[in-house]
Design a protein around this ligand. Structure first.
Ligand code: HEC
Length: 104
């Protein structure tokens, strides 16, 4: 099979734009203080984003449950350590939750 330069370029562009997008969300999480308690694949104060994605995979209601939780805070799903209410608006919470659920 011959790979046309155009296809190759398109592939590179798609990869680059995916990475750029993930970076935006990582930066948003960073700027809202989430990364002080959450890492992608290691539990620190809160569960890792990948653990969260695995726990809720196949759960259709996950997005709205988790958006509420990110905005209002809560405790008891992962242990006794509470998450306080986030300094974050609804749209940003939705963006981050979608990103988190896609990290597994
Ligand atoms: C002070 C530490 C802390 C910060 C800051 C924090 N979290 Fe959490 N987060 C936690 C803890 C602890 C839990 C587990 C809560 C529980 O067991 O119910 C948690 C749970 C979660 C969950 C899973 C909720 C569930 O019910 O399963 C998500 C999603 C989440 N955090 C996202 C975020 C996002 C996005 C931010 C930034 C806006 C953030 N967290 C900031 C500590 C934190």
């Amino acid at each position: 099979m011959r790979i046309y330069p155009f296809t190759l370029l398109l592939g590179i562009w798609l990869m680059a734009s995916n990475i750029a997008q993930a970076d935006d969300e990582y930066e948003l999480a960073d700027s809202r203080g989430c990364l002080a308690c959450h890492q992608l694949d290691m539990k620190i104060v809160g569960p890792s984003f990948k653990e969260i994605a695995r726990k809720y995979s196949g759960n259709n209601g996950a997005e709205s449950i988790l958006e509420d939780k990110v905005i209002n805070g809560g405790v008891g799903v992962w242990g006794n350590m509470p998450m306080h209410a986030g300094n974050i608006d609804k749209e940003e919470a939705a963006t981050l939750v979608k990103w988190i659920l896609g990290t597994k």
